[in-house]
Write a protein that binds this ligand. Structure first.
Ligand code: DMJ
Length: 609
């Protein structure tokens, strides 16, 4: 037969040896067993009692003892009462079965853990739950034409070259110096790091560079830190970091990006603490203290900076359930709509304290540009429900056409700058984005002017192409002029540089999508060839100091917008229209795609409260 107990247990219960002179009687054995079990119970109880005593000693009892030392019978009474309570609790504990005591301990431990978890969650942004649905057009089909496919593959290879070198020489820093092969930091981001990583996330995603996207995401998870003592540019951090994180979230559904975007959005809120609510240009994100650029017309904020928060902030409210972000940017609109506009134009400078315009300088390039872009895109992004944005946009375009748009004697349409009523016949590379904007807005143009707006876009695209074509390197200068006998040519040495900017290619992309005229792909390819010939170096891509020179002098910076904008717009130019289709996406000014909030899904279709 099999033994019922294991050998060691059997040994303990074995019958006693035969009675001898030293053997106990049965009653003696019983007494011994009683004493032994009383001793065990006492030890067991003491184990649970002692920690309580120490807690009491360091807590109320100790405090009471100190109070008693200070004198007073009341204190002694309290000590006695505390002791009695402690003894009562100990007695109760001793009366419990071991299993009950163990259960109590388990429950205490669980409660402590729950409290700790609760404290941790309260520190997180407390975002509403959200069910992610695969967005339309996050990746597109392969181009059907093999020649186009080949070109698109080439652009992807360029992205890989830019990314791999950034990774090799400047990983985690803001940008890459491709000649000196080290990191480059710009004071626009204070000491927030990783601008290239965050700016490139969505480009990596749509190009299906999965490994690279994964490593970028891991970097964001582990290293992207906004708890820094840094003065940053509110505009730059918004368009690159908030915009980049929002797009990465909307494309991939990875929660980390939503969390980080909202966390950063919250850090930017103190910038709006001005008498009018028009935000400061610069903000210390630790202290919350803001100020304006010292050079900006008597302490003014800048139109293109405070006017380029709208899209991102509306999405921050959408994703966080917190209306504060949208309220802040809607207030900017309110302030602007209360003001008189000279000739219907918006000056570039506005004082955030007085709420009055600064210097009357109007530009559709630097200092003004993306304000106009965001009026149009706010209307498109709300599925054409933001009527206020729409009206502001088309009214502004009307004033721009009347006062700023001119034709050169050689037949090139350009957008001049306006200074207190006088025109400066100069157009910046930045202004070239407007070709795409006019074409994108053509559909809603009032009084049957759709065709006219498309034509305006096409004319600006042609002028900007000329500004490239008239250089030795076939890359556009920072600014070009239409005076002193020249057209679309830079005349000043400090306007001859090219820093890998995207605006001309951006306009080609919009014109291609909206007209399918093959010349836009042809012009885009010319730009690819020029970039490869003059900007590509072993360590990445670099800007050029003088595009009219035959020999490259590199500026040694690979701008983060080269990865987020220039290469993305090129890739889209050689993709099918099903990749990020315009009915579903709008691009922020750094080319980060944000989904249209469709009215038929009430914007809440995918919100799970
Ligand atoms: C980008 O950061 C954005 O496009 C911005 O609106 C203007 N300047 C650069 C690129 O040139």
């Amino acid at each position: 037969m099999k033994p019922l107990l294991l050998p060691r247990t059997r040994l303990l219960l074995r019958a006693p040896p035969a009675a001898g002179p030293g053997a106990f009687r049965l009653t003696e054995k019983f007494v011994l067993l009683l004493v032994f079990s009383a001793f065990i119970t006492l030890c067991f109880g003491a184990i649970f009692f002692l920690p309580d005593s120490s807690k009491l000693l360091s807590g109320p009892v100790a405090a009471a003892a100190v109070a008693a030392a200070a004198g007073g019978a009341g204190s002694l009474e309290r000590i006695r009462a505390d002791h009695e309570r402690a003894l009562r609790e100990a007695k109760e504990t001793l009366q419990k079965l071991p299993e009950e005591i163990r259960r109590d301990i388990r429950q205490d431990k669980e409660k402590l853990l729950q409290d700790a978890r609760g404290r941790k969650e309260a520190g997180a942004p407390g975002l509403p739950q959200r069910l992610f649905r695969q967005p339309v057009g996050a990746v597109g089909q392969e181009p059907s034409d093999p020649a186009v496919r080949q070109k698109r593959d080439k652009i992807k290879e360029m992205m890989k070259h830019a990314w791999d070198n950034y990774k090799r020489y400047a990983w985690g820093l803001n940008e890459l110096k491709p000649i000196s092969k080290q990191g480059h930091s710009s004071n626009l981001f204070g000491n927030i790091q990783g601008a290239t990583i965050v700016d490139a996330l969505d480009t990596l995603y749509i190009m299906e560079m999965k490994e690279e996207f994964k490593e970028a995401k891991e970097w964001v998870e582990k290293n992207l830190d906004f708890n820094v003592n840094a003065e940053i540019s509110v505009f730059e951090v918004n368009i690159r970091f908030v915009g980049g994180l929002l797009s990465a979230y909307y494309l991939s559904g990875e929660e980390i990006f939503r969390k980080k975007a909202v966390e950063l959005g919250e850090k930017l809120l103190p910038a709006f603490n001005t008498p009018t609510g028009i935000p400061w240009a610069l903000l210390n994100i630790k202290s919350g203290i803001g100020r304006n650029w010292p050079w900006a017309s008597g302490g003014s904020s800048i139109l293109a900076e405070f006017g380029t928060l709208h899209l991102e902030f509306v999405h921050l409210s959408h994703l966080s359930g917190n209306p504060v972000f949208a309220e802040k940017v809607m207030n900017i609109r309110k302030v602007l709509n209360r003001l008189d506009k000279p000739e219907g134009l918006y000056p570039n400078y506005l004082n955030p304290s007085s709420g009055q315009w600064g210097q009357h300088h109007v530009s559709i390039g630097g200092l003004g540009d993306s304000f106009y872009e965001y009026l149009l895109k706010a209307w498109l992004m709300t599925d054409k429900t933001d009527e206020e944005g729409k009206k502001m946009y088309y009214d502004a375009v009307q004033a721009i056409e009347t006062h700023l748009i001119r034709k050169s004697s050689g037949g090139l349409t350009y957008i001049a700058e306006w200074k207190g009523g006088l025109l400066e016949h100069k157009m910046g590379h930045l202004t070239c984005f407007a070709g795409g904007m006019f074409a994108l807005g053509a559909d809603g143009a009032p009084n049957d002017r759709t065709g006219h707006h498309i034509e305006l876009g096409a004319e600006i695209a042609r002028t900007c192409h000329e500004s490239y074509d008239r250089t030795s390197m076939k890359l556009g200068p920072e600014a070009f002029r239409f005076d002193g006998g020249v057209e679309a040519i830079a005349t000043r040495q400090n306007e001859k540089y090219y820093i890998l900017r995207p605006e001309v290619i951006e306009t080609y992309m919009y014109m291609w999508r909206l007209t399918h005229d093959p010349k836009y792909r042809q012009w885009g390819w010319e730009a690819v060839e020029a970039l490869e010939k003059h900007c590509r170096v072993d360590g990445g891509y670099s800007g050029i100091r003088d595009v009219y020179n035959n020999h490259e002098s590199h500026d040694d910076v690979q701008q983060s917008f080269f990865l987020s904008e220039t290469l993305k717009y090129l890739y889209l130019l050689f993709s099918e229209d099903d990749l990020l289709p315009f009915e579903h996406w709008v691009f922020n000014t750094e080319a980060h795609p944000l989904p249209v909030l469709h009215k038929d899904d009430g914007n809440k279709e995918d919100d799970q409260k």
